[in-house]
Structures are given as C-alpha cells and as structure tokens.
Design a binder for this molecule. Structure first.
Ligand SMILES: Nc1ncnc2c1ncn2[C@@H]1O[C@H](COP(=O)(O)OP(=O)(O)OP(=O)(O)O)[C@@H](O)[C@H]1O
Length: 299
C-alpha cells in the first residue's frame, strides 16, 4: 500500500508537483500517467525519500520510506534503469544488493532468470547492456527482496513489444498475489493494458483518477459514419459536441441512444456506435493533459 497525501514540490517559483494525493492498494496495478514533465518522476522520488517534499507526505505500508528498516524487503524501486555501475556485471549488481538486504546470494541466479537474463547476460558488464536489458536488471533488483510493493518509473522504455508483453504479465501476477504496483508511463497504451486504476497527472496536478473500468465507462460514446462530414453536421445540429479521435471516429460525451436517434432522423449510415472505451480514454487523456507532449502520449 502506498499513500500519497497532498504532496507538493516547488523548484523556485515552479510547482513541479502540486497537491497530489492518491493511494495504491494491495492487489492492484496503478497506472501513473502523464506527458513528459508532468511530475511523475518527482512524485515517485518523493515517495522513495530521494527528494524532500515542499509540503505533504507519502508512506509505503504506513511508514515514510526513509524510516523503513530494510527498504528493499518492503518496496522494490526502479526509477532509473541506467543508474547501475557500468563496470559491474549484472550478477555483481544483484549480489551486492543481496548482501545489503541480507538475502542469500543463491537467490541471484533465480532473480536473473525471473527477468529473462540468462547466465551469459549475467556475466556481462552493465555498460554492454541494451536499455531493455538494463530495465530487466532493474526489475530483478526491485524484485530481489520479495517486496510487497513495486514502484517503477517508465519500466517499459527500451523494451521490445515482446518484452513489454512479458513485463505486463509479471506485474499482473505480482498484483494478483496481493502486491501493490505503481507504474508510471507517458504512453496511455502501455499502462491501459495492465492497470486496474489510473492516476492521470498534468502540469504537476492530478487531473483524473479512479478505477480504470469506471473511467472508461464515463468516457462517452464512439460514433463512426460512412460520411464523416454529414455526421459532424448531424451532431452539430443536435447540439452534441464531439471530439474526433486519431482514426476518424467521433467521441461524444453522451449515451448511444440520443446519437443513434439523431443519425436515424437524418438518414445517416453509421458504421460504429458503442461505448467509447479506450478511444474515450485516449480523448480524455488528450483533453486533460493537453500540452506539447500529448501527441506522443497516445501513439
Ligand atoms: N531538480 C529539478 N530542478 C528544477 N526543476 C525540476 C527538477 N526536477 C524536475 N523539475 C521540473 O519538474 C517538472 C516535473 O518533472 P518530472 O521529471 O517529475 O516529470 P515527469 O512526469 O516524470 O516527466 P518525464 O517523463 O519527462 O520524466 C518538470 O517541469 C521539470 O523540469
């Protein structure tokens, strides 16, 4: 369980994180979503005691991170995959961490295996690792102490599609066994597939949070017509403001019946009329976090 209460971090006159509150419950994956510069890393650094909040507080399993006796046994953290000493081998990195945490070094080969790094990879120096391999090593390190909580900052960066699929399975399994996962990403698709809950941050502030299914249910109706221009006219005439998705459909913040009737009255052929689901979530994300990096966020 992670509890974040009114966290604020100010750099000079700039509020990097502004009054952020959320919880991350056991048995769930919480997707922490926002474009670059939104404040995700700063929030995670404060949760992990690496940055002192200007105000507010955060606890992991009820205790501020800095007061955890053996933090690696309570919470696995992966904030920067490139933070490992480049001159050490993967196996050395894990062996040193095991010693620090009081874990039998016999666990190290198992930890490497768990993240798909074989014996040869374990013997290579970190400087020769690809970013994807560094992410895997970082994940092995985070999991080594068998913690109940995982805090991962953009762990999918550098992983290929197969690696991303694998990581989702690992995180799902971790949460299904009662763990709490806080997973940040600037890509909606990446967290949407695995998260149970979403916390969306933009400009340092929480702009939406809740159960993913509930957020999806609130995201309106997606409608697609054979003649998009005619659809735009029908919606306009019916006073139903819609937003176009990246693939040409329109998301309207209302139920399907009112749209269906308006289209039928106008004799318009519809190709699709359904709850907006992820298309709506994409639209919500675009609207809520509108800024420079948003186009990239929904790729
Ligand atoms: N040490 C610092 N000094 C000054 N400003 C900072 C510092 N660290 C972060 N910031 C600023 O705080 C804001 C939030 O940055 P943060 O790294 O938390 O965002 P993010 O959501 O993690 O984005 P990214 O995905 O790009 O890392 C940004 O405007 C950033 O420039």
């Amino acid at each position: 369980m992670i509890t974040v209460e009114n966290l604020t971090k100010r750099y000079g006159s700039h509020n990097a994180v502004n009054d952020v509150s959320f919880t991350c419950e056991p048995g769930t994956v919480t997707g922490f979503l926002g474009p670059n510069g939104a404040g995700k890393s700063t929030t995670m650094r404060m949760i992990c005691g690496l940055s002192t909040p200007t105000s507010g507080s955060a606890t992991v399993r009820g205790v501020p991170y800095r007061r955890l006796g053996n933090p690696g046994r309570e919470v696995g953290v992966l904030l920067d995959a490139s933070a490992q000493h480049p001159g050490r081998t993967g196996k050395e990195v894990l062996t040193l961490a095991a010693m620090t945490m009081g874990i039998d070094s016999k666990e190290v080969p198992r930890a490497l295996d768990r993240v798909g790094l074989n014996t040869v990879a374990g013997k290579r120096r970190v400087r020769a690792y690809s970013l994807g391999m560094r992410q895997r090593l970082g994940l092995a390190l985070a999991l080594l102490g068998d913690p109940a909580v995982l805090i991962l900052d953009e762990p999918a960066n550098g992983l290929d599609p197969e690696g991303i699929f694998w990581m989702r399975g690992l995180l799902r399994d971790f949460a299904d066994r009662g763990g709490s996962v806080l997973l940040s990403s600037h890509l909606l698709r990446e967290v949407e597939a695995v998260a149970d809950r979403l916390v969306v941050i933009g400009g340092g502030k929480i702009v939406a949070q809740g159960d993913k299914a509930e957020l999806l249910a609130q995201t309106g109706t997606l409608v697609r017509a054979a003649d998009p221009a005619a659809l735009a006219m029908v919606l306009d005439r019916a006073g139903l403001p819609g937003t176009r998705t990246t693939d040409g459909a329109v998301v309207v913040p209302t139920g399907s019946e009112v749209i269906g009737r308006a289209a039928a009255d106008a004799g318009l052929v519809l190709l699709e009329l359904r709850p907006a689901g992820s298309g709506g979530l994409e639209q919500m994300f675009l609207t809520l976090t509108a800024g420079d990096s948003v186009k990239e966020a929904v790729r």
